[in-house]
Design a protein around this ligand. Structure first.
Ligand code: NAP
Length: 286
């Protein structure tokens, strides 16, 4: 069994990005600039946005965080997005989700200029991705594909079961694994007898959001298991007051796997790198 260390792989990629930024500057091109919009004061969202700004700093990108009160109207927020669309200094824009209920996430996502949509949520990028054309890929599936590529894990011909069909993880993940010549099964909350499918899988990608959902008896010997799930579970004994739990019962499952990702330190850092790669790409495409 080998643990796929997302922190270590992400660090290697970040070194490459840093060098590319230096090369861009030496060639007289602009420094990549990521803008993030944060609405309200949700603790997890603030943590994610701060982490993204820190990542930018680490690789030499510029970053701007635009913070708005939760009372901002949809119209006002769309106007802010438009302003960034028009700003030639900003290459990539992300709007941290979730947004307050009175604002349509769909409208906001579709208002971002798709050339700056480094989260890859705009329908234009979704369409390009499904066609296998150059697109900004959603950061989590992108990061997982990078992890496979760098680790040299062969994918062609393998049976991959993706659990979850969300727009940001499950659906794009299944499309990208198909492009890598996997045979793909997508499971979700209405799938009957999920275990029947997971037991057939060479690769399982779990993106469910239920802590320790995937148990050892659901996985065949030698499988590769990628745990996307991150759920905060109350843990008063922990200084933070919570623990991060994945979708995989890691301790019981790891001995059966050929490769497995931990939580934390697996897919999370790869997701952050996916966003950086897209932002760099936004500049390189100009
Ligand atoms: P989501 O939008 O809530 O989607 C969850 C998916 O799981 C849905 O497709 C749902 O099916 C399916 N599901 C729910 N209960 C199930 C069950 N009992 N059996 C089988 N499938 C079930 O979540 P998401 O945004 O894809 O995220 C999934 C998890 O990954 C969350 O824990 C999230 O925090 C984490 N995440 C981590 C990263 C990272 O960087 N590591 C990035 C993104 C997300 P239906 O479609 O039928 O409802």
């Amino acid at each position: 069994m080998e643990t796929l260390n997302g922190n270590k792989i992400a660090k290697l990629i970040k070194e490459d990005i840093k060098n590319e930024v230096i090369a861009l500057k030496n060639a007289g091109k602009k420094t990549p600039h990521l803008a993030a919009i944060l609405v309200g004061a949700d603790g997890a969202s603030m943590t994610y946005v701060n982490a993204k700004a820190k990542d930018c700093e680490e690789v030499g990108f510029d970053s701007t965080v635009l913070r708005f009160d939760a009372s901002i109207t949809e119209e006002e927020l769309l106007a802010e997005v438009e302003k960034i669309n028009q700003n030639p200094d900003i290459d990539g824009l992300i709007v941290q989700l979730p947004l307050p209920k009175h604002i349509s996430e769909k409208k906001v996502t579709q208002t971002i200029d798709y050339h700056k949509d480094v989260d890859g949520f705009h329908p234009m990028n979704v369409g390009l991705m499904f066609k296998g054309l150059p697109a900004f890929l959603p950061a989590t599936p992108y990061g997982i594909i990078k992890m496979f590529e760098i680790t040299g894990i062969p994918l062609s011909g393998k049976h991959c079961v993706v659990i979850g069909r969300s727009d940001i993880v499950g659906k794009p993940m299944s499309a990208l694994m198909l492009q890598k010549n996997c045979t793909v099964t997508v499971c979700h909350s209405r799938t009957e007898d999920i275990k029947k499918h997971t037991l057939q899988a060479d690769i399982i990608i779990a993106a469910v959001g239920i802590p320790e959902y995937l148990k050892a008896d659901m996985v065949k010997e030698g499988a590769i298991v990628i745990d996307v799930g991150i759920t905060r579970v109350d843990a008063p004994e922990n200084p933070k007051g919570y623990l991060l739990k994945g979708d995989v019962a890691y301790d019981e499952l790891a001995p059966k796997c050929s490769y497995i990702t931990p939580v934390p330190g697996g897919v999370g850092p790869m997701t952050r790198v996916g966003l950086l790669l897209n932002t760099l790409d936004a500049v390189k495409r100009k």
